[in-house]
Design a protein around this ligand. Structure first.
Ligand SMILES: Nc1ncnc2c1ncn2[C@@H]1O[C@H](COP(=O)(O)OP(=O)(O)OP(=O)(O)O)[C@@H](O)[C@H]1O
Ligand SMILES: [Mg+2]
Length: 328
């Protein structure tokens, strides 16, 4: 990645994001996104050809991904943001579950010592003898040795508090940044997508996740301080891309915990689109109590509340992710 997504758009006039459908678009793209509904004497009226989504841009028609006849090798995506509680784990579980519904083989990697991803899939991490920590630190332990088949149809490499020691212990290792990549390499052929749930930090574990990944998805909470720290995150992604993993791409920014009824929520989302333009997914995850409920239930929203707005949103996100970066 050569330039920061913050740079090309930072000089855009604020008004650009307020124009429905513009998102900083050029007149040519605007013309193709609107149709004339009245002219000849009357004032010309423009109607958007496509429905305007919450990001202020016309929503693309998202179709279901085609079924795959062959599986693998996997595209590895890291869910990353050093800010805590922005929806990384929730997105890992529910994007994974929606991709599973679309016939993709999904491996989830719990890369946070809190073990919230494991808990969210009904696994008690404290009862596990071996976790991702052992696969990272012991050459004799493979990903297959620690792999758990969850009820949600996805496979999981679990984690627990042991992983916090790896951050310190890995420092002395040769090729310390490539440790997770080495663990994942033998199983990539078995999956279509691997989602890594990162912990809220930019330490060595997160660098390992970025080194193992093809792409990064940044969940961003729609609240005032959400953009703080994102520049540092983007810089970190760029450094990893330059020094360790040239194929790493920022795949998208996902607006989470959105409340479209408040002016504040709408303003924050407009600022995010203003800053990141087309990197922002059209799908926006609304704030709803259904998500905390799913954690207690230990299952994805796509099965816990299959016809809910939240489940539909993560299915839309899965359609977008497939269109952006997965094989069809
Ligand atoms: N769209 C949403 N609406 C309401 N609550 C949500 C939403 N998404 C996530 N939550 C809740 O917010 C809390 C934080 O979400 P989550 O654990 O996914 O964030 P995180 O970024 O993984 O946090 P951490 O940085 O601690 O790992 C959880 O209780 C979760 O259930
Ligand atoms: Mg988390």
């Amino acid at each position: 990645m050569s330039t920061s997504p913050l740079e090309p758009v930072s000089h855009r006039p604020v008004a650009a994001a307020a124009v429905p459908g513009s998102g900083g678009a050029t007149p040519a793209t605007l013309a193709s996104e609107y149709e004339v509904t009245a002219s000849a004497g009357a004032a010309t009226k423009l109607r958007p050809v496509r429905e305007i989504g919450p990001t202020g841009r016309p929503r693309p028609k998202l179709r279901d991904p085609k079924p795959l006849s062959e599986h693998g090798p996997a595209v590895v995506l890291a869910l990353c943001n050093q800010k805590g509680g922005v929806g990384k784990t929730t997105t890992t579980i529910n994007l994974g579950a929606a991709l599973t519904e679309f016939g993709r083989r999904v491996l989830l990697v719990d890369f946070d010592p809190q073990g919230a991803l494991s808990v969210g899939l009904g696994v008690n991490p404290m009862e596990l003898d071996q976790t991702i920590y052992n696969a990272l630190m012991e050459r004799s332990v493979t990903a297959d040795d620690i792999l758990i088949k969850t009820g949600a149809g996805m496979d999981l490499l679990p984690s627990n508090i042991d992983l916090s020691a790896a951050e310190v212990q890995l420092v002395g290792e040769v090729a310390r940044e490539q440790t997770l990549q080495r663990v994942l390499a033998p199983v990539l052929g078995d999956y279509d997508v691997v989602l890594i749930d990162c912990q809220p930090s930019l330490g060595l574990l997160t660098i390992n996740a970025l080194t193992a990944a093809d792409g990064v998805i940044i969940p961003l909470e729609c609240e005032y301080f959400s953009l703080r720290g994102v520049a540092l995150l983007i810089q970190t992604i760029e450094k990893v891309s330059e020094r360790l993993n040239p194929q790493l791409e920022l795949e998208g920014i996902l607006a989470t915990m959105y409340d479209g009824r408040t002016l504040h929520g709408r303003e924050v989302l407009a600022r995010v689109v203003q800053a990141f333009g087309d990197k922002v997914f059209h799908t926006v995850i609304k704030r709803t109590v259904r998500f905390p409920e799913t954690t207690v239930a230990g299952e994805p929203i796509t099965s816990y509340a299959s016809s809910s707005v939240g489940a539909a949103a993560y299915r839309d996100l899965a359609r977008e992710v497939v269109a952006r970066c997965l094989a069809e």
